[in-house]
Structures are given as structure tokens and as C-alpha cells.
Design a protein around this ligand. Structure first.
Ligand code: 8YV
Length: 324
């Protein structure tokens, strides 16, 4: 039932990728508001909005402020900032952007891991600060990727892409998910602690859910051990950041590489102060190429919903929801 989508009103709360904004502006009537806040929704907006496109999420109060809302198109594969359970209860479809960012995020994870163990950022600073000339060679790095065994927390599409890359680097691979993943031959550990005990390089790709909140805590970091390296490319909320900062300072683990934080863009001072932490500002998928593909999939979900009556990439919680 193809229909003209030009009269459909799509709300964009907060910042969104420019290509996504342009496409939404071309396909729909775009209504921007400054942030994810129901208090910014006037009664006029409330009456006409049928879709949301958001990189900043959508909470229950925003959803409830929009009586005619049908779909929330999340810009990103991780949709923890969208209250998808509440959306499902209200019969509102939620979509995300899987697959199109998998390889980019896996590439970034490898870069972050290599940077963390081989101190590439710090050694570049050494060169730029003139220390190569004044002090000589950069000190040998105490850590190496050689001989490491990797454990992946959250073996989904991105976890598998990281594992494939690490295999090519000669590392052994194990993982922890609640259940073994069908078709994945790597060693499965039924607990995160069991995985942390078995490996020396723990890579978290876990989504942010109530079950994974602060899952990487003092006990897990102690299990990883003094040669341990922790990498987080998933969500900051999966880590007890106080425990991680203490583990880095006290030598409970050797180093950490973090692309995500619990309260972005704010990074705890204790992590900023830890010399054995490599910190990135959530750049896992942040290339023009990949963000454009994410923007297209985000908007294509809206177009498909409003013209064909079906989403392209629904999240599991709302996969059963039908138009009307
Ligand atoms: C983006 C991400 O930072 O897809 C995700 O889940 O974490 C990143 O690609 C996110 O989409 C917010 O723009």
C-alpha cells in the first residue's frame, strides 16, 4: 500500500547525522526539538507526530507525550536509550541499524586493542614532543598482543567480526553469552567470571541492558588478572567504572582501552588520570562512510513503515508489531 509520506510528521529530538536530516526533510515533514524531553513537545506537535528518528534515544515520557506515535527509528545498533519495552507496550515499533556498522566497529576495536597494548598514541606524542631527538627511542612496551588469548563478552554480529580479525592475528578466542551461539565454534563460557579467568584479554561488545549493567566489576577484573587487558567497544554502563579505575591504578589488570563510558561525554577523572588507559570519544562507527549507511538504514525503516507498512530492521521487543 504505497502512500505519499510527505505529510507524515517525524520528530527528531537532539542532534542527528546530517545525511539523515536531509533525507527525512525530503521524505517527510521534519520537526526538530533540542533534546529528548517531553517538555519540548507542544500540543500541536503531540497531535501530529507519527514517527521519531533519534540518535539520542526516546524515553517513556516522550513516547507517552505522542499519542499518534507509530515508530521510533533509532540511529545506531545499540538501542539502550530507547525505552523499547514501553514502546512495545504502547504498540510502537522500534528499529535500529544493525549490520551496516559491524565491520567498522570491529576495525575500531582492533585499533583500540593494538593502541592499548603497544601504546601507539603515546609513542606518537613522544615523537611530536621532540623526545625521540632529546631522549632517544620510545621505551619498549611491557605489553604485546603476541601470545594473548581473547575473551569476547557479547558474541553477536560485531563480536564475531572482532573474533575473525583476532583469529587472523593468531589469538585464541573464547566468549561469554547467556547461551552458546548457534554456528559459533569458539569456546563458550556460561559465566563472565569463567571467561575472565580463562583469558587475558577481555573485549566487551555487550549491549546495555539491566542484565549487563556493571557486569564488568571488581570481581571480573580480578579474575582477568595482572597481565589482563580490558577493551570496551560496547556500552559504558556494562562496566563499574570506579572498580575499573581502581584496577588500573592498583595493577589488578595491566591496561584498558575504552571507546564508551557510562555518562558520555563525561569521562571519570580517575580514568583520565590512569596512564594505562587508552580512551576514545565513542568513535566505533564514526566514519562518514558508515554513519551515512546507518543514516540510510534509519530513514529507510521510516520510509518502509509509512509506505509499505513494515519495518526493515525491527528490534526483537517490537518485531511482532504490525501497522495500524
Ligand atoms: C553511535 C553506537 O555512537 O550504533 C551504536 O550503537 O554506539 C554508535 O554507532 C550511536 O549510533 C549514536 O550515534
Amino acid at each position: 500500500m504505497p502512500s505519499n509520506t510527505k505529510s507524515v510528521v517525524v520528530l527528531v529530538p537532539g542532534k542527528l547525522n546530517q545525511h539523515a536530516l536531509e533525507r527525512i526533510g525530503n521524505e517527510f515533514e521534519l520537526v526538530p526539538i533540542d533534546s529528548v524531553s517531553a517538555s519540548l513537545v507542544t500540543s500541536e506537535i503531540a497531535a501530529k507526530v507519527r514517527g521519531i528518528a533519534s540518535a539520542a534515544g526516546a524515553d517513556a515520557t516522550l513516547i507517552d507525550a505522542l499519542p499518534n506515535l507509530e515508530i521510533i527509528a533509532n540511529f545506531g545498533v545499540g538501542y539502550d536509550a530507547v525505552d523499547s519495552k514501553h514502546a512495545a507496550a504502547r504498540g510502537v515499533m522500534v528499529t535500529n541499524t544493525p549490520d551496516v556498522l559491524t565491520e567498522e566497529v570491529a576495525d575500531t576495536a582492533i585499533g583500540l586493542l593494538l593502541n592499548t597494548v603497544r601504546e601507539l598514541g603515546r609513542s606518537e606524542n613522544w615523537l611530536r614532543e621532540g623526545k625521540w631527538v632529546s631522549d632517544g627511542n620510545y621505551p619498549l612496551t611491557p605489553l604485546t598482543l603476541r601470545g594473548r588469548s581473547a575473551g569476547i563478552f557479547g558474541m553477536g554480529r560485531i563480536g564475531i567480526a572482532i573474533a575473525k580479525r583476532l583469529e587472523a592475528f593468531g589469538l585464541s578466542i573464547a566468549y561469554h553469552n547467556r547461551r552458546p551461539v548457534e554456528g559459533v565454534d569458539y569456546t563458550h563460557h556460561s559465566t563472565l567470571k569463567g571467561l575472565a579467568e580463562a583469558v587475558d584479554t577481555l573485549i566487551s561488545v555487550a549491549p546495555g541492558t539491566p542484565e549487563t549493567a556493571k557486569a564488568v566489576n571488581a570481581e571480573i577484573l580480578a579474575a582477568l588478572g595482572p597481565n589482563g587487558v580490558f577493551i570496551n567497544i560496547g556500552r559504558g554502563m556494562t562496566v563499574d567504572e570506579d572498580a575499573l579505575a581502581k584496577a588500573l591504578t592498583d595493577g589488578i589488570i595491566a591496561a584498558a582501552g575504552l571507546d564508551v563510558f557510562a555518562n558520555e561525554p563525561h569521562v571519570p577523572q580517575a580514568l583520565l588520570d590512569a596512564p594505562n588507559a587508552t580512551l576514545l570519544p565513542h568513535v566505533g562507527s564514526a566514519s562518514v562512510h558508515t554513519r551515512r549507511a546507518m543514516a540510510d538504514l534509519c530513514v529507510d525503516n521510516l520510509v518502509s513503515w509509512f509506505s509499505e507498512g513494515r519495518p526493515l530492521t525491527a528490534v526483537p521487543e517490537t518485531a511482532h508489531i504490525k501497522v495500524g
